[in-house]
Design a protein around this ligand. Structure first.
Ligand SMILES: *[C@@H]1O[C@H](CO)[C@@H](O)[C@H](O)[C@H]1NC(C)=O
Ligand SMILES: *[C@@H]1O[C@H](CO)[C@@H](O)[C@H](O)[C@H]1NC(C)=O
Length: 363
């Protein structure tokens, strides 16, 4: 009786010994070749995610050109970020594979690549809102693993933090305590993937405006419209609303600049009438049309109309994804003979696919 039992056991040991050599060698080889990005699938996703306080997952499709473009940058970023202390882990899932469909649905993947930041072992998921080049990915994610809001201590700090690219929030507090400060921090935590948050006790070091106030005050800096707006309402929902409303351009720009993509996405998903004007941005006269569009938007504010001005050269797919219905009157009267205009400026209501095609960034 002992012999038959012992035999399979012995066989098993031998198999393991035989195969451990080549497997170990293979693992080392991939490490050297630099597969810094973890490959996950339905079988090990939950287990791996549960182990990480912070992990980034790219849902891709093998055929997607934008995913292929991202791949080397993502890999490069992963190899830099894993050397960080503590390391930041980047992973990927083939969301087009049928066996991963449940993951695709759970994480609401509608286009490729869809990059998600998953915190606290899976309980907190947000959309990656950063750039697509290795350096940009590293910079954005380094910011995401740190505190939700950073303190601004000097004018140099301030000018470095408040660039001219995205929407930046600065909370001014006489001291870093109290209900206003706490609400600000809570909102910063929730909205950090889309906006940069800072706080300071010295309003005088902030650019654009010599503040004498001691706060509490919330200042929103933006690279469009009036450039900055203040609010003193520190109720949770009021802060969120202030950021969403004041941080959204009067006229959305449709071009290849990735910082505009989240505005474009919101433009399409907001239930409102749509006014669109597509021009060739390389033309000198474009500024004139832009200011006309701004003026129209200002005059018609409060009428449930969203405004967009687009660059024809990047807009070839803008109309592919939406069905335009209920044409109404002309919003701007622009002579049809004007060579600048290749698509008319009209009021549309949009129905059909909710999927938004960004100019050259997703499949
Ligand atoms: C997850 O499982 C797949 C095979 O099903 C494997 O290729 C991959 O390396 C695994 N990932 C991790 C991090 O273990
Ligand atoms: C705005 O317009 C859209 C359609 O054009 C409509 O579905 C929506 O209910 C309107 N919203 C308001 C607040 O009037």
């Amino acid at each position: 009786m002992d012999v038959p039992l012992a035999l399979p056991f012995a066989t098993l040991v031998v198999v393991l010994l035989l195969s451990s050599g080549p497997i170990a060698a293979e693992v080392d080889a991939t490490a050297v070749l630099g597969e810094a990005v973890l490959t996950l699938d339905a079988g090990n996703f939950s287990e791996v995610v549960a182990k990480h306080e912070f992990i980034v997952v790219e849902f891709y499709a093998p055929w997607c050109g934008h995913c292929k473009e991202l791949a080397p940058e993502y890999e490069k970023a992963a190899s830099m970020l894993r050397k960080r202390d503590p390391p930041v882990v980047l992973a990927k899932v083939d969301a087009y594979d049928e066996s991963n469909k449940e993951l695709k649905d759970k994480y609401k993947v509608h286009g490729y690549p869809a990059i998600k930041i998953i915190r606290k072992g899976g309980s907190d998921v947000s959309a990656y809102g950063g750039p697509r080049d290795a350096e940009g990915i590293v910079e954005y994610l380094t910011r995401q693993v740190g505190p939700a809001s950073l303190e601004i201590r000097s004018a140099v700090d301030a000018s470095r933090s408040i660039g001219d690219k995205g929407v930046v929030l600065v909370g001014v507090f006489p001291e870093f305590a109290g209900i206003q400060y706490e609400n600000f921090m809570a909102v910063a935590n929730k909205m950090r993937t889309d906006y940069d948050f800072f706080h300071t006790s010295d309003a005088s070091i902030l650019p654009r405006g010599d503040l004498t106030v001691k706060g509490p005050l919330l200042r929103l800096f933006k690279p469009f419209d009036e450039l900055f707006v203040d609010s003193q309402d520190f109720d949770d929902d009021a802060i969120k609303k202030f950021i969403e409303v004041s941080g959204f351009p009067t006229v959305v720009t449709f071009d290849a600049d990735p910082t505009n993509h989240k505005f474009i996405e919101r433009y399409y998903s907001t239930p409102s009438a749509k006014a669109m004007l597509f021009l060739r941005f390389s033309d000198d006269r474009v500024e004139t049309f832009k200011s006309q569009m701004h003026e129209a938007a200002r005059q018609l504010s409060g009428n449930n109309i969203s405004f967009l001005i687009g660059d024809v050269s990047t807009a070839d797919r803008a109309f592919e994804v939406v069905t335009l219905t209920s044409f109404s009157s002309f919003l701007l009267r622009i002579p049809r003979t004007n060579p600048l205009i290749s698509i008319h400026a009209k009021l549309f209501s949009i129905s059909g696919s909710k999927k938004v095609m960004f100019p050259s960034s997703s499949c």
